[in-house]
Design a binder for this molecule. Structure first.
Ligand SMILES: Nc1ncnc2c1ncn2[C@@H]1O[C@H](COP(=O)(O)OP(=O)(O)O)[C@@H](O)[C@H]1O
Ligand SMILES: [Mg+2]
Length: 420
């Protein structure tokens, strides 16, 4: 990284990573003695790489046009190939700034600052997940006291769950037994400038939830957490205990999609077992390792390090930022509605290419086809993410119809059995 900007530097990097040279992997953590940090360090060392624990709050961030730099304990950071961020909720602001700086320096991180930021805010995360069709408990967010009661009724009435937007470990999650208590609690929290989500109580999950640990595009371990008697929150910090489970496909799929939607390559996805299948509550960007490794006996830290080592040559690229530099070109997502203008001019991916539009991914039914071939037909209902001439793209976008409310979908019931 010291020779940033020269062409030979780029070549050097490629050579280096194509060989099996040991990698320098930084672990951003304030707690070198914490179980998760120690296990990641161990896994890095086991694989012949060089770990370095870096205290997130001991960085200085130097900005400049050409040479973004970081100093750790006063020493310039050089030759770090990747960082694994473990950013506690109490230092989100500074941690994200440090992580963003590593991104400016083209250092790979499995979880980018943007992804961590979105997942930290429960409202923002739920908005993004809901937008992509991930099932979740009915949730509402209000500010004015006059809107509280109607909102509670809309999500199903009492008992009702109230959540602080940035709570963690079960702290800040309240079950209000009746509407009056709920209203009083929400008003009180509002009066102390706390923002809260109001959420349908999923009684059938009976104080249990499922944590699926996602690395890359797969679940590498899963556990069920069971609340202690008399408690509805299953967090281990609230006295819950964990057991290993065989994760049904519906839960694995939902977990992986949720992590992908949030842009996290390492994530702990918390799901309730709703009557109709998985309901996502939370996607954690710094999921703890102790519970999941203890419950499953699996080397989750190793899975993280293997993933990082395999992805290191591809730091995250903000596609919109990078590809929109030429005037009139950009990335857009189109839903190919039945009868849309596009079908007058294109039946296949190749027809779009003729129109100066490259399809990056094609979403057909429930499958995603990356970089589809020219012969691939386009069907009504498909979604394409494409790069191309925005003028042309505009002419293909159908008039926006008023969004209709979708009917509730009832997926198949799933039965979960503990394996141990
Ligand atoms: N809507 C809900 N219905 C039933 N139980 C819930 C609901 N929301 C949360 N819980 C329980 O409370 C726990 C903590 O909620 P969560 O949203 O994950 O907050 P935290 O970030 O503090 O862990 C969950 O693990 C789950 O057991
Ligand atoms: Mg949780």
């Amino acid at each position: 990284m010291s020779e940033r900007g020269s062409d030979s530097h780029t070549e050097g990097v490629i050579d280096q990573h194509h060989s099996d040279a040991p990698l320098n992997i930084g672990v951003l953590s304030r707690a070198p003695e914490a179980y998760s940090t120690k296990r990641i360090v161990e896994a890095i060392r086991d694989r012949g790489h060089q770990p370095r624990v870096l205290d997130t709050l001991r960085f200085a961030i130097d900005l400049s046009e050409r040479n973004p730099e970081l100093f750790h304990r006063g020493k310039r950071i050089e030759e770090i190939d990747a960082v694994i961020p473990r950013i506690g909720t109490s230092i989100t602001f500074y941690g994200l700034a440090v992580l963003r700086q590593f991104e400016q320096m083209d250092v790979y991180t499995p979880n980018t600052s943007n992804a961590v930021a979105s997942s930290r805010d429960k409202l923002r995360a739920n908005q993004v997940l809901a937008r992509h069709g991930i099932a979740m408990p009915r949730t509402t967010f209000v500010q004015n006291r006059n809107d509280i009661l109607p909102a509670i009724e809309r999500v199903g009435g009492a008992p009702i769950v109230i959540k602080l937007l940035e709570g963690t470990q079960g702290i800040g999650v309240i079950l209000a037994p009746d509407v009056k208590v709920a209203e009083a609690v929400i008003e009180t929290l509002h009066s102390t400038r706390h923002n809260v989500l109001v959420q349908e109580f999923i009684a059938e999950s009976k104080g249990r939830d499922i944590r699926a640990f996602v690395v890359g595009d797969r679940v590498v371990g899963a556990m069920r957490r069971v609340a202690k008697p008399g408690e509805f929150r299953s967090n281990v910090h609230r006295g819950g205990h964990a057991e290993s489970i065989d994760l049904p496909d519906a839960f694995a799929e939902t977990a992986v999609r949720s992590a992908q939607i949030m842009g996290l390559e390492v994530a702990g996805v918390d799901m309730l077992e709703g009557a109709d299948g998985p309901m996502v509550m939370e996607v954690n960007s710094s999921p703890g390792l102790e519970g999941i490794e203890g419950a499953t006996g699996l080397d989750i830290a190793g899975a993280i390090v293997d993933h990082v080592a395999s992805r290191i040559v591809f730091p995250d690229v903000d596609v919109r930022q990078r590809l929109s530099v030429s005037a009139n070109y950009g990335v857009a997502e189109l839903t190919l509605n039945d009868g849309a203008a596009i079908f007058d001019r294109a039946d296949t991916v190749g027809d779009l290419r003729e129109l100066d539009i490259t399809v990056l991914t094609l979403h057909h039914d429930r499958t995603v086809i990356p970089h589809p071939r020219d012969g691939r037909p386009l069907h009504p209902g498909d979604r394409v993410v494409c790069f191309g001439n925005l003028e042309v793209l505009r002419t293909l976008v159908p008039k926006r119809k008023r969004r209709e409310r979708l009917p509730e979908i009832k997926p198949l019931e799933t039965d979960l059995e503990p394996t141990s």
